[in-house]
Design a binder for this molecule. Structure first.
Ligand SMILES: Nc1nc2c(ncn2[C@@H]2O[C@H](COP(=O)(O)OP(=O)(O)OP(=O)(O)O)[C@@H](O)[C@H]2O)c(=O)[nH]1
Ligand SMILES: [Mg+2]
Length: 350
């Protein structure tokens, strides 16, 4: 039962960078991970790629063979992949059974809001043994303008309804939020999406012609009551760890122990299937799944403090920590070097 994520979002929202960050994090945590690049226009892939759609079809091939533009070419590539689903299935079956799988999607938003190919491919994967969540990245600068924020709410809701997966919306590049000026509200307002009527003033002043339309969209979004956001700064380990916990909870991965976990007492080992994903978790399942998520960036007020209110102080503190860690590593190396020299001296004497 492989778990994984479908990473979607508008162009430049940070999908490929996030995949690379997750690969580095999981490698450090000893969790096997494989990344599938489904973006046929992705020329400079930053991460080690387990499966690349370019070996099936490239955007250039589709455009030149059928006289299409970049957008039409991209839709063609996705339809081609859907038709050749066997190709993907075969390559996925060759991957490590316990590997966590990331699917890096192209940035065309219609692929996750209107067009059916990606949805059909995902549904085929889910019908197999995959347990996936959609991770929808939205550039955090959208929250700095009320009408852009409404558009991103709409986009997120549309993707949730279209993909029909456990869905996590993420405000990416949150570390850059301060450089776009002061926010009208605290970050919590934008992530919780609780009472959008507060946007009325900003909407009437920034886009008076569409204020009524925007407010109608706001009330529609509130009626669904589905949209909320996590935050992400990809280079911040705590931010990545928090998002990982949220996603593991959404996919059900929290229920599954790592392959190296000891068997709980009384577990009967099935000789026919030794897959780690079939073993029960050692920990209390319901409290893990239903309880609050703990951790350094689990509260959006901490995120506000880290990146908005006290960014300089946190930057200084982190730099000091890194220096201390560096010095500790250096000191360890010195000790190891001295003991090697001493051992060599002892050997020479005997
Ligand atoms: N500061 C900051 N920059 C980021 C972060 N995530 C991504 N970026 C930058 O955003 C830019 C776009 O990132 P990509 O990962 O290429 O975005 P993408 O969504 O894969 O783009 P497309 O594949 O073209 O749709 C790059 O310059 C990244 O370095 C982040 O968390 N913080
Ligand atoms: Mg990309």
């Amino acid at each position: 039962m492989p778990f994984g994520e479908v990473v979607c979002g508008s162009p430049g929202s940070g999908k490929s960078t996030y995949c690379y960050g997750k690969h580095q994090l999981f490698t450090a945590l000893n969790r096997p991970i494989s990344i599938v690049n489904l973006d046929p226009a992705n020329e400079n892939i930053p991460y080690p790629c387990a499966i690349d759609i370019s070996s099936l079809i490239t955007l250039d091939d589709a455009m030149s063979a059928h006289g299409l533009g970049p957008n039409g070419g991209m839709l063609y590539c996705m339809e081609y992949l859907e038709e050749n689903y066997d190709w993907l299935e075969e390559r996925l079956s060759e991957l490590d059974r316990d590997s966590y799988i990331l699917f890096d999607l192209p940035g065309q938003v219609e692929l996750s809001t209107n067009h059916d190919s990606v949805k059909n491919i995902i549904h085929k994967l889910m019908k197999g043994s995959f347990r996936l969540a959609a991770v929808h990245l939205c550039d955090a600068h959208y929250v700095t303008d009320a009408s852009k924020y409404v558009s991103v709410l709409m986009l997120s809701l549309r993707a949730m309804l279209h993909l029909e997966l456990p869905h996590i919306n993420v405000l990416s590049k949150i570390d850059l939020i301060r450089q776009y000026g002061d926010l009208d509200f605290n970050l919590e307002f934008y992530t919780e999406v609780q009472d959008l009527s507060y946007l009325e003033n900003s909407l009437s002043s920034s886009s008076p012609r569409f204020a009524a339309l925007n407010m109608a969209i706001c009330s529609l979004i509130e009626d669904f009551g589905l949209v909320g956001f996590e935050t992400l700064a990809v280079e911040d380990k705590e931010s990545m760890l928090h998002l990982t916990r949220v996603i593991d909870k959404a996919t059900g991965c929290v229920f599954v122990p790592p392959p190296s976990a000891p068997q709980p007492p009384g577990t009967i080992e099935s000789p026919s299937d030794s897959s780690a994903t079939r073993r029960p978790n050692m920990h209390a399942l319901f409290s893990t799944a239903a309880g609050p998520i703990h951790g350094t960036r689990s509260d959006v007020r901490d995120v506000q403090e880290r990146w908005v209110d006290a960014r300089e102080e946190w930057d200084d503190w982190e730099r000091a920590e890194w220096r201390r860690e560096g010095q500790a590593v250096q000191a360890q190396k010195e000790v190891a070097k001295k003991s090697r020299i001493r051992d060599r001296g002892m050997n020479a004497m005997t």
